[in-house]
Every structure is written in C-alpha cells, then in structure tokens.
Ligand binder design. Structure first.
Ligand SMILES: Nc1ncnc2c1ncn2[C@@H]1O[C@H](COP(=O)(O)OP(=O)(O)O)[C@@H](O)[C@H]1O
Ligand SMILES: [Mg+2]
Length: 256
C-alpha cells in the first residue's frame, strides 16, 4: 500500500540558497505529521512545493499515487489538498460565510449560463454548498461570527476561519502552516482540539508546520525536524525532541 503523500529527493534552490535539499518523507492516510525547524529551514517552501506554487529543481511528489508535478495548483486542490497560510489569507471585506463559500468554489459543476438563469440545478448546488459550509461553521464553533466581516475579527478567530476555509473544500489532506502562531496559550489549546477533531471526526490527514512544541507533541503521530532544507531527524515527538542533532540545532553546539 502506498502512502497518501510521498516526497522523494526534492530539491529547490532560490539563486544560491538551497531552500529544500534532497528531502524525502511520506505522510500516511489518517495521521498528523508535523514539520518543525528553525526560521528559514524550508518548511513553508515544502508546502509551496506540494501546493504546486513552486517547481522543484529535482525529485518527485505524489499524492494517492498520482504525480503532483504533472498538475497545477488548481488541479492539486481538485485532488483534495487544501492549505492555510502562515500569514492568514482571507478576504478581509467579506464575511466568514462568504469566505467559506469561496472555499467551495472548486466543487461548482454548474455553468455560468445556468447560474444566470438560476436553474433548479443551480439552486440544488447552492443548497449543497451552503450545507457543507454550515457544517464547517458548526464544527469550528464559528456561529457567532458567521455574518461578521473578517477585518473586524480578533486574530485568533481569523486563524480558525482560515482552517475553516480550507476544510470547506472537503480535503483529504490538510496543510496547516503554523496554525498556532500568534495565538494565546488558551487559543493554542483550542487549536489542538480542532486538529484532533479534524483527524478523528472528519478523517482528514493533516500535515502541519508548527513551532509550538507543546502543540506538536500533543497532536502529531510523527515529526520531521528540518534544518537548512534537509532532514535532521524523524520519529515520534518524543524521539525527535530527544535527538542530539535536534537539540544541538535548537540550542547551539555543546548543548547536547
Ligand atoms: N520566494 C523566495 N525567494 C527567495 N528565497 C526564498 C523564497 N522563499 C523562501 N526563500 C528562502 O528559502 C529558505 C527557506 O524559507 P522558508 O521555507 O520560508 O522557511 P521556513 O518556513 O522554514 O521559515 C530561506 O532561506 C528563505 O529566505
Ligand atoms: Mg514558514
């Protein structure tokens, strides 16, 4: 049985900087897999490779056995890969509901003409999208913010809405780029429950980049420690945290 996501020997350079260096790892269906590492380690770049924002210089990436490098960013989303961004990317002057409906866009099967005529098929589709979005709103406890403009919402709520926008697309694999960055201790705890529920109740596989080791240890099955774009260590959260190479990379030479 093949892994849900397989990255093999991926390398990406920006000019003289090797952002991702001969990196290989797999993510299995149903797991929460975390990537940790210092700033500039290449974590976001790995996400950008998977989402097909960047082309690797060499290597291969497959999802459910399909070659992602043959596909563009829209096609990758169609295969069931959704993501959030390190710096929240929502429409600030639209409501929570509207932002989540945009996330449903890839499921539209009706034509423009049908939409202009508002045919029964269009009405049925609209209803289906609304229902899917309302489910996500319920799931993430976003009812109080449903019709609020994004711009006026607290940062912590916007982080949850970003997760909701990705969930509304109905993904099989969810990529979360620093879901807890900027969150309070309490909000980080909530985020931990959301990620747990996303995996357990929705059955979605999660690949996340995160700095908060408490969150990483709490939700992840496996952790990959990245340094200078290459694999430093991989294993359970406890294994990775006690790995001498990881301790050294985080605390400086001599600490191990
Ligand atoms: N678009 C880009 N152009 C040039 N260099 C980049 C670009 N994106 C990332 N880098 C460089 O690649 C390296 C990895 O960056 P990044 O993946 O953002 O790290 P992380 O998310 O782990 O903090 C860094 O040295 C960064 O400066
Ligand atoms: Mg980053």
């Amino acid at each position: 049985m093949s892994s849900l996501l397989e990255i093999k020997n991926a390398t990406l350079k920006f000019g003289g900087v090797v952002a991702v260096n001969d990196l290989s790892f797999t993510v299995e269906e149903g797991e929460v897999y975390a990537i940790v590492g210092p700033n500039g380690a290449g974590k976001s770049t790995v996400f950008n490779l998977i989402s097909r924002f960047y082309d690797p210089y060499s290597g291969s990436i497959t999802f459910d056995g399909k070659n992602l490098l043959d596909r563009n960013a829209d096609q990758v989303a169609d295969l069931g890969i959704a993501r959030t961004f390190q710096n929240i990317e929502l429409f600030d002057h639209a409501t929570v509901l509207q932002n989540l409906l945009v996330g449903r866009h890839r499921h539209r099967r009706t034509t423009m003409l049908e939409e202009m005529l508002f045919t029964p098929r269009v009405r049925r589709e609209e209803k289906r999208h609304r229902e899917a979005v309302e489910e996500v709103i319920d799931f993430l406890d976003l009812q109080p913010y449903r019709n609020k403009m994004i711009a006026g919402l607290p940062y912590g709520v916007r982080k949850v809405v970003e997760v909701g926008r990705a969930l509304a697309t109905g993904p099989r694999l969810l990529l979360l780029d620093e879901p807890a960055s900027g969150l309070s201790v309490e909000e980080t705890q909530d985020m931990r429950w959301w990620i747990d529920d996303i995996r357990k109740q929705m059955g979605i596989t999660v690949l996340m980049v995160e700095h908060d080791m408490g969150l990483v240890s709490g939700v992840s099955d496996r952790v990959l420690a990245l340094a200078d774009g290459a694999k430093l260590a991989e294993g359970t959260p406890a294994e990775v945290q006690s790995d001498p190479a990881v301790i050294e990379a985080y605390l400086g030479a001599g600490a191990a």
